[in-house]
Ligand binder design. Structure first.
Ligand SMILES: NC(=O)c1ccc[n+]([C@@H]2O[C@H](COP(=O)([O-])OP(=O)(O)OC[C@H]3O[C@@H](n4cnc5c(N)ncnc54)[C@H](OP(=O)(O)O)[C@@H]3O)[C@@H](O)[C@H]2O)c1
Length: 184
């Protein structure tokens, strides 16, 4: 049970009130982007940044993670220690160890945890965006050629309350910043 300063989600999406009969759930997005909000190309991430993988693991551990079918296939395995929830329109899609849903809304209605993470990709981020109240964004300080993007974070709607920046090193080829954005 958690009450935060964010606007109740049912103020944003009416038909989500059912989720909120007994508690308010934080719907968070976690994403790594370049300077132009690019997130992927050819169903892969844009680069390998070990520090971000570590941050992703630490941040999401124990919480449900919701992803599109293409992102699941791009990762290629279940992520341990978390409910893996995969969204697909295919009625016969099966995946041992994962929960399959045919709409994002149904996946969210099946969560009772305090916080869930939407982990991508672009199609799922776009659909979920109006419901998202927290964004964990890693910004890689470069520009990649890409075919998928995260929605623009409008500073009229979100405030960055935390940022931690790091320089490139022998393991991480680019400068990067971890950021947390909260819906106003
Ligand atoms: N940088 C990051 O943080 C990050 C994170 C995640 C992913 N990515 C990248 O993003 C790219 C993948 O993104 P994407 O947009 O192509 O794919 P996606 O969002 O991962 O998956 C799209 C698929 O999800 C299902 N889906 C989407 N909306 C749905 C809905 N409303 N109802 C039911 N099913 C729905 C459909 O599956 P079916 O076709 O099976 O019906 C659709 O084809 C890859 O390059 C990946 O590496 C980047």
């Amino acid at each position: 049970m958690i009450i935060l300063k964010y606007p109740p989600v049912h103020n944003i999406i009416d038909n989500f009130a059912v989720i909120l009969d007994s508690f308010i759930m934080i719907i968070a997005a976690i994403v790594v982007t370049d300077l132009n909000n690019a997130i992927g190309k050819d169903n892969q991430l844009l680069c390998h940044l070990p520090a971000d993988l570590k941050f992703f693991k630490k941040t999401t551990m124990g919480a449900p993670i919701i992803m599109g079918r293409k992102t699941y296939e791009s990762i290629g395995r279940l992520l341990p220690g978390r409910r893996n929830m995969v969204i697909t329109r295919s009625s016969d899609y099966k995946l041992e160890g994962a929960e399959i849903y045919h709409t994002l809304e149904t996946a969210l209605k099946n969560c009772t945890e305090e916080k869930v993470f939407i982990i991508g990709g672009a199609e799922i981020f776009n659909h979920a965006f109006p419901m998202i109240t927290e964004i964990y964004r890693t910004v890689i300080k470069t520009s990649f050629v890409a075919d998928t993007h995260f929605p623009d974070i409008n500073t009229m709607e979100f405030d960055m309350d935390w940022q931690e920046c790091h320089g490139a090193d022998e393991k991480n080829k680019y400068d990067y910043c971890f950021q947390r954005w909260l819906r106003l």
